[in-house]
Design a protein around this ligand. Structure first.
Ligand SMILES: *Cc1c(COP(=O)(O)O)cnc(C)c1O
Length: 405
């Protein structure tokens, strides 16, 4: 065995020993409210396909039309081989949806966060980042080479004190947060953050990966419902929109600067035209999905109350993200396996996706679940309550440590 192969082997055995090995299951067919896994039908209670659009026929048709007329590939970066009209149309549609001046497509949300933060901050700047921000934001902070100041989760007072101490030494200050936190399902104090943005002449970047399409008027997100205009809104198109990719939206000048500076945009092949077409079609559906959003909210409320009734510690809240903290990686994977045996698929999240000691199930219903799906899931949890309910706890943000070493 080569040196690297034997090192890899050792690293894998260590992951296995710590209960941190990842082995995704194989899903046959489409992503929907039920999935076929290992020739069994199970209820999917862990996808970000909140509105069930991932296999919606009109989005598939829009993608198929683009595929048949414009082909599969975008050939190069748009700076090299040009913007295809499908990209332009999707960006116009997304800008109109949000009432933003401009939007710029990225191939993934991960690439969008890398690109936006690296484009807007440099070594002479500071980036102020919530302690529970997504890995892609953390990596964007690092790529920017700005001084990164991590503020306590959803704590505007701590943010204010960091700005007070460090603002004058930096050319630019960029505050970055998720709107709806992906692993905890709680909401950032957006109005407070916007206030501090103005007071300290900072910029505000908000990642609406899990709120866009799901929350706010017509699904326009939490900034819209809080009356906050971020300098850049990052939205993803692979979650509630059921497609793939992401975008950064904001004023013309900022979006054009990102287009000229973001390395993950410049040095990467543009998204396929079929995906851009899918994103535009998805925006029409998302905008009109009030009924789906209401169904999602009601499923989430039913799950929260039934699970807490069964003895699980479930945080209060209104979002469709419901975490059940178990703590230990191996216990959470056992819990997940026991649910799967009962026909319910809930993925277990372990470090580095979540801070150490906070491994958890992250439950997310879908608008396309029928009530019987939800009741089936509740029964599975109830039957496992004697085994697991006592060991679960509410998210304790005090435990949260953000930047992995
Ligand atoms: C999923 C996610 C991303 C990354 O988006 P992809 O399109 O899946 O790469 C970025 N930010 C947050 C908060 C996310 O949850």
């Amino acid at each position: 065995m080569s040196t690297l192969a034997s090192q890899a082997d050792l690293a894998l055995r260590q992951l296995e020993g710590a209960g941190l090995m990842r082995r995704p299951c194989t899903v046959s067919g489409a992503q929907g409210p039920e999935l076929s896994i290992d020739a069994r039908r199970v209820v999917c209670l862990c996808s970000n396909n909140y509105l069930g659009l991932a296999n919606h026929p009109s989005i598939s048709a829009a993608a198929a039309h683009a595929l048949l007329t414009a082909g599969v590939g975008a050939a190069a970066s748009r700076h090299v081989c040009g913007t295809m009209d499908f990209h332009k149309k999707a960006e116009e549609r997304l800008s109109r949806f949000l009432g933003a001046q401009a939007a710029l497509l990225f191939s993934t949300g991960y690439a969008a966060n890398l690109g936006v933060l690296q484009a807007l901050a440099g070594p002479q700047d500071i980036v102020l980042s919530d302690a529970l921000n997504h890995a892609s934001i953390i990596d964007g902070c690092r790529l920017s080479r700005a001084k990164v100041l991590v503020f306590d989760h959803a704590d505007p007072d701590h943010l204010a004190s960091l700005l007070h101490t460090h603002r004058s030494s930096a050319e630019r200050a960029v505050i970055v947060t998720e709107a709806l936190f992906s692993m905890d399902g709680d909401i950032a104090p957006l109005s407070h953050l916007a206030e501090l943005r103005s007071r300290y002449e900072a910029a505000l970047v908000v990642d609406e990966a899990h709120s866009l399409g799901v929350m706010g008027p017509r699904g326009t997100g939490l900034c819209a419902s809080h009356g906050v205009q971020p300098d850049v809104l990052v939205g993803t198109l692979g979650k509630a929109f059921g497609a793939a990719g992401a975008f950064a939206a904001g004023p013309n000048s900022i979006v054009q600067l990102i287009e000229n500076r973001a390395r993950s945009y410049i040095f990467s092949t543009a998204p396929p035209p079929s995906i851009a077409a899918a994103a535009a079609a998805a925006t029409d559906l998302v905008e009109a999905a009030d009924e789906g959003r209401a169904r999602l909210t009601s499923h989430a409320a039913r799950l929260r109350s039934a699970l807490s009734g069964a003895g699980f510690r479930v945080p209060a809240g209104e979002s469709a993200i419901i975490p059940i903290l178990v703590g230990e990686p191996r216990s959470v994977m056992r819990f997940s396996a026991d649910l799967m045996e009962r026909g319910v698929f809930v993925h277990g999240f372990r470090p580095p996706s979540v801070p150490a000691e906070t491994s958890r199930l992250r439950i997310t219903p879908m608008a396309t679940h029928d009530p019987f799906h939800v009741e089936h899931c509740i029964q599975a949890f109830q039957s496992l309550a004697p085994r697991y309910a006592r060991s679960t706890s509410s998210p304790t943000h005090a435990l949260a440590v953000c930047l992995p070493k």
